[in-house]
Design a protein around this ligand. Structure first.
Ligand code: HEC
Length: 218
């Protein structure tokens, strides 16, 4: 078998396959098997509730119609729906959800991703993505207000000049101030990304749209 090159290549190829399988599959499984997988309900932190309440205040009629109360169970259900919309609309085709420990990515997008962050229901399967036409979204939560997201989904280039991101008018009942159930769910999902980190940036930037609105956490 070792008289010719192909025999050596075969052994080498199988060897590397085995090495990759052990290091990328078996080692992580053994390292993290004691961590229980979190459910969507357990992922509804104060940050998520804050955004949920903010959506209720900004779009009261739409929220009432499609969601009802801004409680924890509804937030968990909307996160599940938001994730399904994200998958169904193939957002992962242009956006990754993984800050890699290379190329100073953390300077652009925040803390490098860690394995335990993916140990939950909303990461099954993980949405690492295939390429980056748009920015990585794993720390998107709290970077932008909900009103920015509605306008952006309705027509990306109106807030981001020259954006190649498609318009998503089917997340709305007509105009950008009328997000429907899928629209509200997707925005909550996007605001959830990174909500488990201490660096979640929303609170300092709260901008009420009218006098009757105050920071829902105060
Ligand atoms: C054709 C590729 C493409 C697709 C599909 C796409 N995006 Fe984008 N997205 C982009 C690009 C490019 C940008 C950067 C320019 C901009 O802000 O519009 C962007 C920006 C964003 C931003 C703003 C990031 C920030 O803070 O600057 C969010 C949030 C976002 N996309 C979410 C989504 C979601 C959710 C979907 C699926 C409904 C989606 N995108 C589909 C290309 C895409």
């Amino acid at each position: 078998m070792f008289e010719n090159k192909s025999g050596i290549l075969l052994i080498g190829g199988l060897g590397f396959f085995l090495f990759a399988f052990v290091s990328n599959a078996l080692v992580p499984i053994l390292m993290y098997r004691h961590l229980p997988e979190k459910t969507a309900e357990q992922l509804v932190t104060q940050n998520v509730l804050y955004q949920f309440e903010d959506l209720r205040l900004r779009y009261p009629e739409q929220f009432e119609k499609y969601v009802g109360e801004a409680n924890e169970q509804n937030a968990a259900d909307m996160l599940r729906l938001g994730r399904r919309v994200y998958v169904g609309e193939a957002c992962w085709h242009c956006h990754s959800q993984f800050v890699r420990p290379v190329s100073n990515e953390s300077r652009r997008w925040g803390p490098v991703s860690e394995t335990p962050e993916y140990q939950n229901e909303l990461q099954r399967p993980v949405l690492f993505g295939t390429r980056r036409v748009g920015p990585d979204l794993s720390r998107e939560g709290g970077r932008r207000g909900n009103d920015w997201h509605t306008v952006h989904f309705f027509n990306p280039s109106s807030v981001s000049t020259g954006s190649p991101m498609p318009k998503y008018p089917w997340f709305f009942d007509g105009s950008p101030d009328k997000p429907n159930k899928r629209g509200l769910a997707l925005i909550l999902y996007v605001q959830w990304l990174g909500s488990w980190l201490d660096s979640y940036p929303m609170y300092e930037k709260y901008v009420p749209i009218n006098e009757s609105m105050s920071n829902p956490l105060e």
